[in-house]
Design a protein around this ligand. Structure first.
Ligand code: ATP
Length: 229
């Protein structure tokens, strides 16, 4: 993946490092030389420059990149100007960091594809984990449904999906099972674990200890699901 990260504050620099570690081609830009310098031997290009300078943005070939992330929060004017130019230059996917709701609203209005507020977004994830500690992952789908990841409770172990009747009892559809399997060495000793996904499981699939269920559920039944034992 080819990505440009503009603004190397705590968020931008962390994001750029994670992408580089993941083997992606990253262009970094910041007006502060001291923040660009650590990326000189890591990034595809490490540019000291002003993101409101359209010539500089054009020289990045933003229309050919998979995504451009504008990680400038404090200077709303610079963030907005950079985003306008990127969209005008044909950037395919612009993600921009907003400092507050007003900034977010402006970014959405000018056509930024995804607006993020990292502090608020991560606070939401942590609050969700505190409120629903048993739910390991959650993706909301529309107003009323969620896909949830939850450890199979012990009362499910050794039973088939048919026997459990989760759809008729809880309105839940098991769409996949994540099964932890031991990796053995030549002597038959456990060297580690790997997850395999059974998707879709059949009615005759038996739930085992250490299985994680990936289920489609109505949001208003999540509390009930969390009481599974
Ligand atoms: P974080 O919370 O991620 O540390 P921040 O919101 O506190 O970020 P900002 O002041 O928003 O930090 O700036 C992030 C980075 O963007 C800084 O390193 C700053 O030098 C850079 N930056 C700000 N304006 C421009 C600009 N016009 N051109 C290039 N870089 C810029």
């Amino acid at each position: 993946m080819q990505v440009a990260v503009i603004g190397l504050g705590r968020f931008g620099s962390s994001l750029a490092r994670i992408l580089i570690d993941g083997g992606h081609e990253v262009i970094v830009v910041d007006k502060n030389e001291a923040l660009v310098q650590p990326f000189e031997n890591l990034a595809e290009q490490a540019i000291i420059g002003d993101a409101t300078d359209e010539t500089l943005l054009r020289s990045l070939g933003v229309q050919d990149l998979d995504a451009v992330v504008v990680a400038i929060g404090d200077d709303v004017e610079a963030s907005v100007l950079a985003c306008i130019s990127l969209i005008e230059l044909g950037a395919k996917y612009v993600i921009a960091k907003a400092e507050n709701d007003k900034h977010a609203k402006i970014l959405k209005r000018i056509g930024v594809h995804k607006v993020i507020q990292p502090e608020r977004d991560s606070a939401k994830v942590i609050a969700e984990h505190l409120i629903h500690p048993k739910i390991e992952e959650r993706i909301d789908i529309g107003e009323n449904h969620s896909i949830l990841e939850i450890k199979a409770p012990s009362s499910f172990w050794g039973k088939t999906l048919k026997e459990l009747e989760l759809t008729s009892r809880y309105g839940v559809l098991v769409i996949a099972i994540k099964r932890r399997e031991a990796i053995l060495d030549k002597k038959g000793e456990i060297r580690g674990y790997k997850d395999t996904i059974i998707a879709p499981p059949s009615a005759n699939t038996t739930i085992l200890e250490h299985d994680t269920l990936i289920i489609l559920s109505q949001k208003d039944r999540i509390r009930e699901i969390e009481r599974w034992k």
